[in-house]
Design a protein around this ligand. Structure first.
Ligand SMILES: Nc1ncnc2c1ncn2[C@@H]1O[C@H](COP(=O)(O)O)[C@@H](O)[C@H]1OP(=O)(O)O
Ligand SMILES: [Mg+2]
Ligand SMILES: [Mg+2]
Ligand SMILES: [Mg+2]
Length: 391
């Protein structure tokens, strides 16, 4: 049975306790919570942690939506257009860090996240820090969190700086991109709050909150009145679920496209030409026999869209010298894999998230269904060889 449906009883109990009660994450303490909540109920592995991740990502997504609305309506005073984005990045990271530590305890908590609080400390960062602190407190109040103390600016700094962990192959580490796709966020387009859990070097769960992604497929994007706001969640061995961010949509299991003829396949890639070598991806598509034009979307929303079959192929080939980070792919990778897809680098290696904050890959990252993967890999290698011959 899928994780979201199977956890409905726990969800009810946990929802009653909310962020006001502390639900522990270590297995012994978790059992004590379960004994208290429901003596006969057994939790599948990581089910409880997935529930916490979904709640935390949803909370952060609401903060991002608030900031994005102000940004687009130009209600926010802007020294530079980047400023409100930074507020949302920090706010999202602080909220998720705070929410997870509140539930899991802070003693053994480890998080590898994109942002740190260096720029917020000191005089120049004070105004921004105060705005972030307000946003975070407003989000906690709006969520109706019981017994939540008001966070001070020092609490916010600490929460953000909890993301400095180096990760690695031992123990558990949360992996967070508080806003993935900053450029899409500024444009009013796609972005994602991406949260995953690493256990002994393996990604065991992932959540992608995509506030602007249409519920009915990415091609519905331009039509007005189409409901938006998707939340993808995946747990090792339990599949990938899609639910709406506002809970108006019954959670359902999703699968990658099963198309096996490249002529009927489409591919997705970065919206930003500066993030991906679009001449290379065009060449790969041509060699492979893909006829449809690329679907260009910002952020890991691409992985979510692909997990439900909006596109059959994912390509990301950054410009030479760019080094990938684990928070840009951990959640998206398990969302695809649990939906039946395969993710690897251009040499066919699985992605290794156990090496620290960086993700070292050969040339780029690719994903598709198992039927298309051999042709896809061969096409990528042919395109890279052709490129080498030319240069
Ligand atoms: N020069 C770059 N090349 C590739 N990716 C980049 C570059 N600069 C930032 N990114 C990151 O690429 C991701 C966006 O992916 P996409 O290009 O598929 O939309 C984000 O994680 C973004 O960081 P950030 O999290 O700060 O937005
Ligand atoms: Mg990112
Ligand atoms: Mg980011
Ligand atoms: Mg960034």
């Amino acid at each position: 049975m899928d994780s979201i449906v199977a956890s409905s009883r726990l969800t009810r109990v946990a929802a009653q306790i909310g962020f006001g009660g502390r639900i522990f994450c270590s297995s012994s303490l978790r059992n004590s919570f379960l004994t208290y909540a429901e003596p006969t109920m057994a939790l599948s592995t990581y089910e409880h942690e997935l529930h916490l991740a979904v709640r935390a990502a949803r909370l952060a997504a609401r903060l991002c939506q608030t900031v994005q609305k102000k940004l687009l309506a130009k209600e926010t005073q802007s020294k530079a257009d980047q400023s409100p984005v930074t507020v949302a990045d920090y706010g999202s990271q602080a909220l998720i860090s705070w929410a997870l530590q509140r539930e899991c305890g802070s003693e053994t908590f480890s998080m590898v996240a994109e942002e740190d609080a260096d720029d917020l400390r000191g005089k120049d960062g004070l105004e921004m820090l105060l705005r972030i602190t307000d946003l975070v407190n407003e989000a906690i109040i709006a969520e109706g969190v019981q017994n939540a103390p008001k966070l001070s600016k020092e609490n916010v700094l600490e929460a953000v700086d909890k993301g400095r962990s180096q990760g690695g192959p031992v123990g558990r580490h949360w992996v967070l991109d508080p806003i993935d796709g900053t450029k899409g966020f500024v444009r009013g387009d796609q972005y994602a709050v991406a949260l995953a859990l690493l256990d002994e070097g393996d990604v065991v769960l992932g959540v992608l909150a995509c506030p602007n992604l249409p519920l009915k497929g990415v091609s519905a994007q331009s039509s007005s009145g189409i409901p938006v706001g998707c939340l993808f969640s995946a747990r090792k061995g339990a599949g990938t679920m899609l639910q709406s961010l506002d809970d108006s949509f019954v959670p359902q299991k999703v699968h990658v496209s099963d198309v096996d003829d490249p002529a009927h396949a489409n591919f997705c890639e970065s919206f930003e030409a500066a993030h991906s070598r679009q001449s290379l991806t065009e060449r790969i598509a041509k060699i492979m026999g893909v006829k449809a034009p690329p679907v260009r979307i910002d952020s890991q929303a691409k992985y979510g869209a692909m997990a439900r079959g909006d596109a059959a192929i994912y390509m990301r080939f950054p410009h030479v010298g760019y080094r990938e980070k684990i928070w840009d792919h951990a959640a998206g990778c398990i969302v695809i894999q649990e939906a039946g897809g395969v993710v690897c680098d251009a040499a066919g290696n699985r992605l290794d998230f156990s090496k620290g904050r960086y993700l070292d890959v050969e040339h780029g990252i690719m994903a598709t269904n198992p039927k298309l993967m051999p042709t896809f890999l061969a096409s990528v290698q042919a395109a890279l060889e052709a490129e080498n011959r030319v240069s």
